[in-house]
Design a protein around this ligand. Structure first.
Ligand code: ADP
Ligand code: ADP
Length: 229
């Protein structure tokens, strides 16, 4: 059974934009999956179906083999964590550490476990020096790492990141990719991310999907997609 699977998934926005036009996507366990495609291809719209932020216009989304319902949506959101493209959409708290604690606290974990989760997310994302800072006063790249830490602290099995490297300086990109690369083996996580930095994909992804105009236009292993013979 795949962790996430979509079958002939279509999504029509209210303004009649058909953002997804028959998407068949699978995320196997413990893989790192890159989703490539130009702006407007439908990548964010697809991601928002993975934890029930959007509901399909037609077709199916299965998470651990189950459709998303009112009954299982809380569990599904523990299982699938999404880091949005714009960190300002998910940073609300007065300090970095409070912000990272927000998600695990909401899961109902005891304060000791929350503190442990915050400590490990802080060290995983290299935020030690920023713990007591005001998130809104941080740089774009720093905010991005805070937003990622907040989702990582919820320990999802599937971590979805929309353009995680956008706005980072080259050193920040390298650090983030090195970090993401460790997650499948170290924690058994599955990583799904979109990016425009195609050159970095072979280093980090196992599988690649290419999207355009709401459709999957290519998919395969990194070797299949990037071999030029
Ligand atoms: P990507 O993430 O690949 O840049 P999106 O999923 O954001 O693509 O967008 C896919 C298409 O849906 C685009 O044509 C975009 O303009 C449109 N779209 C995205 N969000 C909305 C929205 N909230 N309302 C209407 N159209 C939208
Ligand atoms: P242990 O829990 O025995 O310390 P683990 O390898 O399970 O060893 O975890 C090491 C640290 O990483 C722990 O602090 C744990 O909270 C954190 N951790 C474990 N799994 C995940 C995950 N999926 N995402 C983020 N952090 C995790």
């Amino acid at each position: 059974m795949h962790l996430i699977e979509t079958r002939n998934l279509c999504y029509l926005y209210r303004n009649n934009v058909l953002a997804l036009d028959g998407i068949d996507f699978v995320a196997p366990r413990k893989t790192s999956i890159a989703l490539l495609g130009p702006n407007g291809a439908g990548k964010s719209t697809l991601f928002k179906h993975f934890n029930g932020i959007l509901t399909p216009t037609s077709g199916d989304v299965l998470v651990r083999g189950e459709a998303i319902t009112k009954k299982n949506i809380v569990d599904i959101r523990k299982f699938v964590g999404i880091v949005f493209q714009n960190p300002d959409d998910q940073i609300f708290s007065p300090t970095v550490e409070q912000d990272i604690a927000f998600g695990p606290t909401n899961l109902g974990l005891d304060p000791e476990t929350v503190a442990h989760r915050v400590d490990s997310a802080v060290s995983m994302l290299g935020l030690e020096d920023l713990r007591t800072r005001v998130p809104h006063h941080l740089s774009g790249g720093e905010k991005k790492r805070v937003a990622i830490a907040g989702v990582v602290a919820m320990e999802p099995q599937v971590l979805v990141l929309d353009e995680p490297t956008a706005g980072l300086d080259p050193g920040g990109v390298e650090d983030l990719l090195a970090f993401l690369k460790t997650l499948p083996d170290k924690y058994g996580m599955t990583i799904i991310f979109s990016t425009h930095q195609v050159d970095l994909v072979p280093e980090i992804a196992d599988l690649v999907y290419v999207m355009n105009h709401g459709r999957i236009t290519g998919s395969g292993t990194v070797d299949e997609i990037f071999s030029h013979d």
